[in-house]
Structure formats: structure tokens, C-alpha cells
Design a protein around this ligand. Structure first.
Ligand SMILES: Nc1nc2c(ncn2[C@@H]2O[C@H](COP(=O)(O)OP(=O)(O)OP(=O)(O)O)[C@@H](O)[C@H]2O)c(=O)[nH]1
Length: 667
């Protein structure tokens, strides 16, 4: 790989520290860390930040496959530089969200600024205290495929990346995806083989894989254990020596890349920025290139690792700006913030997030629509990668159609709505964005299968579905089963290679719909948990798709409509009606459950009637007891979802929709 070799050459470039006259204060970075953030300290830090020109700055990300130890390594580096106290009692310090702690995964990329004195072997021991100090910005990124968008945004603020690989597990699917994200962004990549303390660690094998897959020179790999601390002392020197300083013009008007934004109850919109040119001071007037609006900088500082005001940020530095923006809609991620009344060229920005999965979100209790609307608005302020439009369902009332980056992203959003905003939510069967062409040549993107019914007069001429290129890494003995699974899921093989003597790499083009729900769990189960999987979105392909309705007593339930491949319709329909039968309680009358494509019923079940009347239990007599029971029955009815003539308990409806999500991709 010629490009990779060029990259390796640039990674070997050693950056010589500049000849800046540093104050005594800056030679003692630990001094900066001795007290908590305070206005005085902020001012002191502000004046000292000016002493870190780009030559003394390194901006880098930590990227890896899930669980290979990114957040633990970030913790150790923060401790090593005194940014957080050792034994702070909070593992994975930068994983701040409740959902991140509960699931043990990183969802949001987090930035932390560290000060580090680079003691080199060239200096005699007596002069090590005079070694130059560096300002390092570390970005811990998520590992899961759904959050690749977070990773690529983070990389835009960096010139280098630590590519962490588990010494026992070796290169996995997301290692490959993350390597290419960093490689395409022209970053210097430092391979870090972590978890060398494990009994099954085989660093030499991992080095061979890195060479074979990425043309990485084995001598460049650092061997570490973020658990025991072994080898960690080499990491920051390598960052300083192998990663180039940020480019940028110190004496130009300020230009900043808006990396991320979130809403804080007390402070308003907080923008994470990378200062590309110039400097930004508290009180400056800045403008947003996308909207043209101008703002006054009310606060500016670094994440150290909490928000620490400094009053200023200089060229190459990464930090935050608060400027009185009212909503995160004003703070468009990827936008350029620049000196007001000054024409500057906008920075390249990011390509917009592509929504892979759509689902309807409805209040569990129909009367809570306003509360849900408020909760979604607040949460999207902190997660701008979700798209939201209002929609109405006859079964569920008013709600929202939301687009997510993947199923885990959808799940996390759902959990955050409940945990952080107390919202009780019902979500409809997830779907992917299809494209339908009608007989008159008009095309629509269909994110809600029920919406297809709104064009009853139009004949569908053609349809397309989104596909992905999936990378699967597995021990070679499982290749046969995985090939079978992929062909059942309508996959087309693109590549089949061995990454070492034991493990194979398969690449498949697969329809997105076939992988969104249970593909990964199926893959894990047939490979005894050994498979790793990653995907990137690819083009749309023409497909034979049909809309399948679910009818209860002859009435279609819009929230249960799905789009399926014609060949699979019968099987999926049968599974859906069987599941439904188990979930719906018997009622006073017979209920027919049908799956239909157009007017053709393809599966049918019947739930026989049951005689049930609370008053029958009263044996005539006691009127107060009768009233109480009637009240209770009324209360119960309130929590029912009425679908045509059929009442479904709210909880059952929720469970039902969850269960229905499964058959979307059954074999
Ligand atoms: N034995 C051993 N375990 C480690 C080491 N580094 C991390 N771990 C453990 O590996 C698990 C995953 O570590 P994390 O730091 O959360 O991994 P991550 O890559 O940030 O995970 P995601 O954010 O989900 O992608 C945790 O249980 C860590 O304690 C190491 O060097 N040795």
C-alpha cells in the first residue's frame, strides 16, 4: 500500500521543539494543576496558554476497536500528567454519561487538555527540570460502529492518533475502520499494543497483523498495559516526537472549527472548538459562517478535564467557547466561527451524518406528548446527529419520526430520554430509508412504512434499498457458517482473505435492513462470540420490496407496518402474526390477526373470545364494591391502546413492538 508507506514516513518525522523562550512557570506544568478552576487560576492559565505556540502543541485522538482499552489508557495519561488525581475512584473518567457507565461504552467523544514536560534522554539529569513543556489535547473516541461519525469529527481536530489494539484479540473489525478514518484524514498513526499483561497476549502476532494489513513497521508499535502501567512512559514522548504540531497562522484573524456543541442549563450552548488561525479572547465579537449571526464571546477556556476558563485560546489549541447562542441549532457542527466583520474562507467542515435507522417515538401515555417533545428537544441539543420530524399514528397518536446512526445509537437515545429526562417512550419497528419510484416518475424517500399508504392512487414502479459494506473478522473454522449467514441475508461477497494463520477477514455487501436488528447477535452466536463486525454505508441497490400491513380484525395498524423483501414476506408475516397472538390478551370477542401485502392476506391467526366481566365477580349485592371495580376497569382502559376494536395494554403494546423488531431480519 503505497499511501500507507508514505504515511509511515510522515509518522517517523521528528518534530524539534521550537526555540521559544518559556517562562519559568511553564517549565513547571504541575504548578498549573495544583488548584481547582478559579477566576484567578483561569487568568493565570490564560496568560500561560500564550506561551504554547503551535510547535509546543499536540492534538491527538485515541481510536480502537470496542473494549481494547481506549478510555483506560486515557485515564492513565490524565493521571501521568497530573490532570486528574491517581486513584480518583472513577474508572473511565471521560465516560461521563450514565448510559456510558452502565453499558461500559463510550458514546460521546471527550476532549481533555494536559500539560506535559517532555524530558528527553538528550538532556543530562540535572537539566531535566528545564525540559520543554507541551500542551496536549487528547480526544477519547467511541469504538462502536454507530458512533464512527463522532470519531471522524474528532479526527478533524487532530494531527495524530493512537491506534490501540488488544494484545490478545489483535486487529478487529473496528480497528480496520478506525485506521482508515485516521489514514484518510492524513494523521500520523502511533500503534499501541495494549493489555500486554494478559496471559494470552501475543504482541508479535499483532505486530505482524499491523504490518500485513496497514504496512505499519513493527518497530513503531508501543507495548503497554493500561492496567499495570507497563510501557506507558513511552506513550507521550512518542506523541511529541511522531505527531506534527497543528498548522495555522498565529497572526491571522481568528478561525475556529466547531467540533461539537451541547446545552447546559446554566451556561447555555457550549461549543467545543479547535482554533485553526489567530486567537479568540473573552469579549471578542465572532460570527458563525453558516448563519452569518454574530456573538460576543462570554467565556472561553480549556477542558482540563472539566471546563476551565482561561479568557483566551490561541492557534492550534482546542477548547470551548460560550457566546450566548440560544440553541444548538445555531451552533452547527462543522461550522466555522470567525472574527466578526471579517471575510474568511470557511473551513471544510464535515459531511452531514447519514441516518441509517428510523423509528417512530411516541409517548407511552398519549397525553404526555408535550413532555416528550420537550425531552426530545433537550436531548437533541446534546446529540445533534438525531433527525426529528413530527408524525401521527392512528394507533399511537402524536409522536416523532427520528433518524439514528444505527440501532445502538437508537437504543442509547431511548435510554437517555428515559434516564435523563424521565420520558416514557414507545418506539415503533425500526426501518431503513428506502427509495420508491412511482409510475409518474416521482421518487420519495420512505422513512415510515405507513407513509406509503398516503399515495394509494400511485403505482410503485421501482424501489431501492440502502446497502453497507460489512467487514467481518472471524477464526477460520467459522468461515463456512458466516458465509451461509451472509447469503441468507442477501449478501454479496467482496473479499475473503486471511489476516494471520488463524483468522479470516470477509467483506460483504449487505442490504442495511438485513443487519440492523439481529445480524450481529446471530453472527456472535454462530461464532461462539469470536466474530467482530463493522460496516460503512454504501450505495442504494434496486430491490423487490413490498409493504406488509398487520391487520387486527380487518383494520391495519399503522405502527406495525413494515417493508420487506418480497421473497421473505410470507415467512416474516407468519412470524409476526404468531408473535402477536402471544402478546394480545383474549377479549370478549374473537380477534383475527393478519399479515397482508396489498389486498392479499399472507398469514393469519385467530384469538378466540373470552367471557370476562368484572361485575360478574360481584354476586349482585354490594354497590360500593361494584363502583370500585368499575373505576378500576376504567383506569385499566385508560392504559389500553385501542387499535380498531381491539384494546391492547400499553405495556403489552410496547413489548409487542419490541418483539416485532426481531422478525425484520429473520432467515
Ligand atoms: N488486563 C487488562 N485489561 C485492560 C487493560 N486496559 C483496559 N482494560 C480493561 O478492558 C476493558 C475495556 O476497557 P475500556 O478502556 O473501557 O475500553 P474502550 O476501548 O474505551 O471501550 P469503548 O469505549 O466501549 O470502545 C475494561 O474492563 C478495562 O479495565 C490492560 O492493559 N490490561
Amino acid at each position: 500500500m503505497a499511501g500507507a508507506a508514505a504515511l509511515r514516513r510522515s509518522a517517523r518525522r521528528v518534530v524539534r521543539p521550537g526555540a521559544y523562550a518559556f517562562s519559568r512557570a511553564i517549565q513547571q506544568p504541575e504548578r498549573l494543576l495544583s488548584s481547582q478552576a478559579s477566576p484567578d487560576r483561569g487568568a493565570a492559565l490564560g496568560s500561560e496558554l500564550g506561551l504554547y505556540p503551535p510547535e509546543r502543541i499536540r492534538n491527538f485522538s485515541i481510536i480502537a476497536h470496542v473494549d481494547h482499552g481506549k478510555s483506560t489508557l486515557a485515564d492513565r495519561l490524565l493521571e501521568l500528567t497530573g490532570t486528574i488525581k491517581k486513584g480518583h475512584g472513577q474508572p473511565q473518567y471521560l465516560d461521563k454519561l450514565q448510559v456510558e457507565r452502565e453499558r461500559g461504552i463510550t458514546v460521546k467523544a471527550q476532549t481533555a487538555t494536559m500539560f506535559y514536560r517532555h524530558a528527553t534522554s538528550q538532556l543530562p539529569a540535572s537539566q531535566q527540570l528545564d525540559a520543554p513543556s507541551y500542551l496536549l489535547n487528547l480526544i477519547d473516541t467511541p469504538g462502536h460502529v454507530d458512533f464512527n461519525y463522532e470519531v471522524s469529527r474528532s479526527l478533524a481536530a487532530c494531527q495524530g492518533a493512537l491506534l490501540v489494539v488488544d494484545a490478545a484479540q489483535g486487529v478487529q473489525a473496528q480497528t480496520i475502520a478506525n485506521f482508515y478514518l485516521a489514514f484518510e484524514s492524513n494523521l500520523s498513526i502511533i500503534p499501541v499494543i495494549n493489555k500486554i499483561d494478559q496471559p494470552t497476549a501475543d504482541p508479535d502476532n499483532v505486530k505482524a497483523q499491523l504490518k500485513r494489513l496497514f504496512d505499519i513497521d513493527p518497530t513503531e508499535a508501543l507495548l503497554t498495559s493500561a492496567k499495570t502501567g507497563q510501557g506507558l512512559s513511552q506513550v507521550l514522548p512518542a506523541v511529541i516526537e511522531r505527531i506534527p504540531p497543528p498548522p495555522g497562522k498565529c497572526d491571522s484573524p481568528v478561525r475556529m472549527l466547531l467540533l461539537d456543541s451541547y446545552y447546559d442549563e446554566y451556561k447555555g450552548v457550549i461549543c467545543h472548538v479547535a482554533v485553526v488561525d489567530g486567537a479568540v479572547h473573552k469579549g471578542d465579537k465572532i460570527a458563525a459562517a453558516a448563519t452569518g449571526r454574530t456573538y460576543e464571546v462570554l467565556d472561553v477556556g480549556i477542558m482540563h478535564p472539566e471546563l476551565t476558563p482561561t479568557g483566551v485560546l490561541y492557534t492550534g489549541q482546542v477548547g470551548y467557547v460560550i457566546s450566548g447562542m440560544r440553541s444548538t441549532k445555531e451552533a452547527r457542527i462543522g461550522d466555522t466561527l470567525h472574527q466578526a466583520k471579517c471575510t474568511v474562507e470557511a473551513l471544510p467542515g464535515f459531511k452531514p451524518a447519514r441516518h441509517m435507522v428510523f423509528s417512530g417515538l411516541y409517548p407511552a401515555d398519549g397525553s404526555d406528548f408535550d413532555a416528550l417533545s420537550h425531552a426530545i428537544e433537550k436531548l437533541t441539543c446534546n446529540d445533534a446527529s438525531v433527525s426529528v420530524t413530527k408524525e401521527t399514528s392512528t394507533a399511537l397518536g402524536m409522536g416523532f419520526r427520528c433518524g439514528f446512526l444505527g440501532l445502538l445509537h437508537m437504543d442509547v437515545f431511548h435510554q437517555r430520554l428515559e434516564q435523563e429526562h424521565g420520558a416514557q417512550v414507545i418506539s415503533t419497528i425500526p426501518t431503513v430509508p428506502y427509495i420508491f419510484e412511482y409510475g409518474d416518475g416521482s421518487k420519495v424517500q420512505v422513512e415510515n412504512p405507513a407513509a406509503l399508504a398516503s399515495n394509494p392512487g400511485k403505482r410503485i414502479a421501482a424501489c431501492w434499498e440502502p446497502t453497507v459494506i460489512a467487514t467481518i473478522i472471524i477464526p477460520s473454522e467459522y468461515v463456512g457458517q458466516v458465509i451461509m449467514l451472509c447469503s441468507e441475508r442477501r449478501g454479496e461477497q467482496q473479499e475473503y482473505t486471511f489476516i494471520d494463520a488463524q483468522r479470516a477477514l470477509l467483506k460483504y455487501r449487505l442490504p442495511l435492513r438485513e443487519i440492523i436488528v439481529d445480524f450481529y447477535s446471530e453472527l456472535k452466536s454462530i461464532t461462539s462470540g469470536y466474530a467482530t463486525f463493522d460496516y460503512e454505508d454504501s450505495e442504494y441497490q434496486q430491490s423487490d420490496l413490498v409493504k406488509m400491513d398487520i391487520l387486527l380484525n380487518g383494520q391495519p395498524v399503522d405502527a406495525m407496518a413494515t417493508i420487506v423483501h418480497n421473497q421473505k414476506a410470507q415467512r416474516v408475516g407468519r412470524e409476526l402474526v404468531e408473535k402477536l397472538k402471544k402478546f394480545i390478551e383474549r377479549q370478549m370477542f374473537e380477534i383475527t390477526i393478519q399479515a397482508a401485502v396489498g389486498s392479499k392476506v399472507i398469514a393469519r391467526e385467530t384469538l378466540s373470545a373470552m367471557r370476562k366481566n368484572v361485575l360478574a365477580k360481584c354476586y349482585g349485592g354490594d354497590i360500593t364494591r361494584k363502583k370500585k371495580l368499575l373505576e378500576k376497569q376504567k383506569e385499566g382502559k385508560k392504559r389500553m391502546k385501542r387499535v380498531g376494536s381491539v384494546d391492547i395494554p400499553q405495556e403489552a403494546f410496547h413489548e409487542l413492538l419490541k418483539a416485532l423488531s426481531g422478525p425484520l431480519t429473520t432467515k
